[in-house]
Design a binder for this molecule. Sequence first.
Ligand code: GTP
Ligand code: MG
Length: 195
Amino acid sequence: MNYNTVEFVTSVYSLKQLPESELPEIAFAGRSNVGKSSLINKLVNRRNLVKTSSKPGKTQSINLFQVGESFTLVDLPGYGFARVGKDMQNSWQKLITGYLEKRENLICVVVIIDIRHELKAYDRDLIDWLRQQGRTFLPVYTKADKLSGNKLTKQAAMLDAALSLRPAERIIFSSKTGKGCDILKSVLASQIESC
Ligand SMILES: Nc1nc2c(ncn2[C@@H]2O[C@H](COP(=O)(O)OP(=O)(O)OP(=O)(O)O)[C@@H](O)[C@H]2O)c(=O)[nH]1
Ligand SMILES: [Mg+2]
């Protein structure tokens, strides 16, 4: 899969603004500040294609990036960001849920989880909901560079157990070191080829 030509398509703030598209879409979902935008930059090997920040709540719209003529990467706002008001949280939640529920060309939701922490209710809720919806999803445990070997293995096993996943069903990743990036690319390539 060739990620050399990646172009920003649009930012949307409501479902109505979403462009019609026949291209398969891969969306990146997860809690605020978990590293969704950084992961996309790593995937496409561009430092600043997508804006990232050490402060949560950076991505506030659904952002679409087209890769060649083949597929679209979709950066979603983070969920569960406490510092935006309740109304804002609700409107983001509606936007994300609406997109994940209705988008017909969405073929896979990459659910990004911080490997350092125990499973958060929001992450569990999202994965339970995706399972109910029958959506294909791919859990990615990120920020792996922040843990050493033993601790990393232990945390991954804990998240696997909490989510009832086999190790082959998820990817351990780091946007900093590139760990897991090749595997992620090949899993996404096979999703795209088989859709
Ligand atoms: N060490 C390390 N830091 C990371 C990694 N991924 C992201 N970060 C850092 O985490 C912070 C948040 O990254 P973003 O990519 O902006 O996170 P996001 O999930 O897009 O955040 P929102 O748009 O606010 O929802 C930034 O300071 C990144 O540099 C990683 O794999 N390792
Ligand atoms: Mg972001």
